[in-house]
Design a protein around this ligand. Structure first.
Ligand SMILES: Cc1cc2nc3c(=O)[nH]c(=O)nc-3n(C[C@H](O)[C@H](O)[C@H](O)COP(=O)(O)OP(=O)(O)OC[C@H]3O[C@@H](n4cnc5c(N)ncnc54)[C@H](O)[C@@H]3O)c2cc1C
Length: 451
């Protein structure tokens, strides 16, 4: 079989698969391949067990400003419209209630002010008082004795119903299937672990660990934590490092009717824990994710599997340790880091986590809580060595030489089609191909055409 393609995408998570479909549907590029080191697509961060299964549109994410919410909302509507257009309701996309809550007078005041401000972006969002929350999300109001109401005031802001839960693993597979149906020249190669990417006269050739080779005029690397490793092996992104932050979850019984998010401590770099009814495991609600730095690029089955020498190569620089040291100087961040380490420990973790989870569901008991073994993944947060700071969003290394590298820690699954939109423009311009931008936007984000 000919293994030469116009475009090869490295990484079959939701980012790679979204690009695979976008190129196949809206460009005239003749052959596209996607390669992944796993035996199936979407086995790492995009897997249904790995993430919080949320379409983050900014309405209830209290760590976003209204400016950021405006942007994220446009990304979110692309995945939502894709799923609705292809009739993936109750398979890939799910409707639930969702709200962010403030607990206690200070947080309630914050939530009211935030609600007013965010109405500009989400005009039909509702403000819920304690009595309304008691009716629509009773476990949030039921006190620790399981009989009376909790003593603090609670205010919520959100929606009684929204398409806001998504199985990003099945979404990835749907993208890949349609990309292959669109053109039989488009191929998926599994168990293809890219070890090396080399430049040649026509573009690049990629060599796998087992010695197979494949070539492309353009390579787009969407390999999660490994994107930076591959970039640095080719001399790109040498000013960057990676701080892998693992997130774990705890299961509780299905006490929540919808998604419940909490107010973010602005000092902490990662979002506060939230409650999400699990769409792949009925009868259970997930609370999390926690956040713990780990010397691993991917989680692996055991604590010791996947401890990465690649990561050592990427991170063994004075500036990276300097950034970590600066973060840890703040006592709130220090105690947050310490607490998250304890969350991972048997016996103690469950007990300490219970305290945080009771802010969400005060009547929870220790017997209700179970560590979600095998759930969660690593978010590869980028550290900029030149700026000496942790970058929380996504990162792209554009070389203008027919190869681009993406790192999409969070909320990368929600933004998969937005990122694909940006990459498709770059790839088509490079290959002199046509990209029907207008049809893409008409199908997935008509608001942007009107604007
Ligand atoms: C705990 C947690 C909760 C999250 N919750 C949400 C959420 O609710 N909503 C949301 O929008 N986002 C969420 N995110 C973020 C989201 O999961 C990721 O941003 C998204 O899945 C990234 O997709 P990706 O395709 O870029 O990476 P991945 O899904 O990790 O895919 C990368 C792929 O590259 C492959 N690969 C790597 N190296 C190689 C190589 N050398 N050769 C071949 N293949 C390779 C891997 O096998 C993998 O399949 C969460 C993340 C975590 C960790």
């Amino acid at each position: 079989m000919d293994k030469s393609f116009d475009v090869v995408i490295v990484g079959g998570g939701v980012s790679g698969c979204a690009l695979f479909w976008t190129l196949s549907e809206y460009t005239d590029i003749k052959s596209i391949a996607i390669v992944d080191k796993c035996a199936d697509l979407a086995m790492i961060s995009s897997n249904v067990r790995a993430n919080s299964q949320t379409i983050h549109d900014g309405s209830i994410e209290t760590n976003y400003t209204s400016q950021k919410a405006k942007k994220v909302k446009l990304s979110a509507q692309k995945v939502k419209n894709y799923a609705l257009k292809h009739e993936l309701q109750n398979k890939v996309i799910f409707k639930t209630q969702k709200m962010a809550i403030g607990v206690g007078d200070k947080e309630c005041e914050f939530m009211r002010a935030r609600h007013e401000e965010f109405l500009e972006v989400f005009p039909d969002m509702e403000l819920f008082d304690k009595e309304t929350i008691k009716q629509i999300e009773p476990s949030v109001i039921l006190g620790s004795d399981g009989k009376s109401d909790r003593p603090e005031n609670v205010v919520g802001s959100g929606y009684r119903e929204a398409w806001c839960a998504m199985n990003f693993e099945l979404l990835s597979k749907d993208f890949a299937e349609r990309a292959q149906q669109n053109n039989p020249q488009n191929k998926v190669f599994l168990n293809f672990w890219v070890k090396e990417i080399k430049r040649n006269d026509d573009g690049y050739y990629l060599i796998s660990r087992s010695g197979e080779a494949i070539s492309a005029k353009f390579v787009l690397v969407n390999a999660g934590s490994y994107s930076l490793v591959l970039a640095q092996s080719m001399g790109y992104g040498l000013n960057l490092g990676c701080l892998p932050i693992a997130g774990s979850f705890y299961f509780v019984p299905d006490l929540l009717k919808g998604k419940v998010y909490m107010v973010q401590n602005p000092k902490l770099p990662f979002a506060a824990v939230h409650g999400d009814p699990d769409i792949s495991s009925s009868g259970r609600t997930r609370i999390g994710p926690t956040a713990i730095a780990m010397p691993k690029l991917e989680r692996g089955k055991h604590w010791y599997s996947g401890i990465s020498t690649d990561l050592v190569k990427v991170d063994f620089h004075r500036e990276i340790f300097g950034v970590l040291f600066d973060l840890l100087k703040d006592h709130e961040i220090r105690s947050y880091v310490f607490k998250n380490v304890i969350f991972e420990l048997p016996y103690f973790g469950r007990r300490l986590f219970l305290k945080d989870a009771q802010k969400l569901i005060p009547s929870l008991k220790i017997s209700d809580i179970e560590y979600a073994q095998g759930y969660g993944e690593v978010r590869p947060q980028v550290v900029d060595r030149t700026q000496k700071k942790l970058e929380l969003g996504e990162k792209k290394i554009v070389t203008n030489k027919g190869i681009t590298f993406n790192m999409t820690p969070s909320p990368g699954a929600t933004s998969c089609l937005q990122n694909a939109f940006v990459d498709a423009q770059e790839i088509s311009a490079y290959l002199n191909a046509k990209f029907d931008k207008e049809r893409f936007l008409r199908d997935l984000s008509p608001e942007e055409l009107e604007g």
